[in-house]
Every structure is written in C-alpha cells, then in structure tokens.
Design a protein around this ligand. Structure first.
Ligand code: MN
Length: 232
C-alpha cells in the first residue's frame, strides 16, 4: 500500500441487524421532492418527468444516536426523515428486476439541511452543497436486510422532535419508487455495493435548535436518533 502524507477521516460503517459485519458506506445519493406534500410546502412543483438528485459526502455521515453541535453558517437548520436504500450489487442501466434484487437492506436516515442556505442558493440557481453537504449532515440507523423487512409499501414514516410528532406519512406517498429511482440513477452512475440512496422526505420538515432531540422511524426498521448541542 502506498504511504500517504496524512490520514483522512473515514466514513462510518453502518451496523446491520443480525449481521456481525457492518455495511461500509460508499456514496450517498439523495432524491429531491419525492413526496408531493413536501414539494408543496417547499413552494415548488414536483417534476413528473424524472427524479433529481444531490449528493452528500460519506465522511460527513454519522450513526444514529450521535450528539452533534448545531452547525455553523445557518439560522434555520432542518430535519428531513427518509427511507435509506443500501445496495448490495452493482447496477448499471438496470432493469426493474435487477434493481429489485440489488437492494441489500433498508434503513432510517436523516437528511439534515441548512434550509436557509439551500433556499438562498436555489433562488440564485446555484448548487445546494452548502445547504445539504454539511458535517454530520447525514445520519444512519442500523440497516435491516431486505429479506428481514420486505419492500416499501404502506409503512408509516414519521419523525418527532422532543417527543412531538412533526412528520407523519406513509411510503405509499413516494412519487418515484425505489425501483424507478435505481433504474434512472443507474443510467448516470455505475452503482455498486456501498452506495446508499436517501429517497426523499415527507411533508412536515422544520427547524431544530440546540438541545433538541430528533427521533425518526419507518415501521419495522430501527429508529434514527440525533441530539443537538450548542454551536462550537
Ligand atoms: Mn431530503
């Protein structure tokens, strides 16, 4: 192995229920506006022609149960509860059947967002990176293998802040299904094991502040938790 000048931080590996080995996190792809009611609350139209994506750096991810500082550069830090899809096989220009069988596991995730920066950049038609790809900005609960959970149908997806329910929907509200997303996204990337897709958030997003405790869950999957402390 080539000696390097210094060591870089590594992405977390995500625990898998019933499996001794953890899932190594590769890339994080996120789907935008995949629930109509959320698109409406964001003041935008749903694009019915194709899904769209942004990415988050895997090194910025943390595991459920983390306590992290309120991030810099924002005064409107939002939670977004999402279903995460973890691939277990390569996918390129995939068929629906290939997409279906490539999903290794599902999990709960948070797509934490500096909403003020996202909206500011959106208005200027600039990339969303400052709003979306922030340190500690993706949170992953332990994964559940597809065989142990099933597939997205009408399971409830919900999130509470300090015990108060803020998001409450079902996976039946997904505009683009997991298979449709994987077929489409695999037309642009050679998807591979380690790639995780966050499938979008339902309505009810909102701000959190230092001291808040977030808990999100999809029925039958391990809950995702995050606690916020004062800014550094
Ligand atoms: Mn999101």
């Amino acid at each position: 192995m080539t000696e390097t000048l210094f060591q870089l931080p590594q992405p977390p590996a995500i625990p898998v229920l019933g499996e001794a080995a953890a899932y190594p996190l590769g890339r994080i792809f996120c789907v935008g506006r995949n629930y109509a009611a959320h698109a409406a609350e964001m003041g935008v139209e749903v694009d019915r022609e194709a899904p769209f994506y942004f990415t988050k750096s895997a090194v910025n991810a943390v595991l459920a149960g983390a306590t992290v500082p309120y991030p810099p550069g924002t005064v409107n830090f939002h939670y977004e509860m999402e279903l995460a899809v973890a691939l277990g096989a390569p996918l390129f220009q995939a068929t629906a059947e290939q997409a279906r069988t490539a999903v290794y596991a599902y999990g709960c995730a948070l797509d934490m967002t500096r909403r003020d920066l996202q909206i500011r950049e959106r208005k200027k038609q600039r990339p969303w990176d400052l709003g979306k790809d922030l340190e500690n900005g993706a949170v992953f609960a332990a994964l559940t293998r597809t065989a142990d959970w099933g597939v997205p149908r009408t399971q409830r997806i919900h999130l509470a802040v300090n015990g108060e329910v803020k998001q409450d929907a079902t996976l039946a509200e997904l505009i683009w299904s997991v298979e449709e997303i994987l077929c489409h996204l695999s037309g642009f990337y050679h998807l591979r094991p380690g790639d995780v897709i966050l499938t979008g958030t339902p309505a009810g997003v909102g701000p959190v502040i230092a001291g808040d405790r977030i808990r999100g869950q999809v029925d039958g999957l391990e809950p995702v938790m995050l606690a916020l402390t004062a800014p550094e």
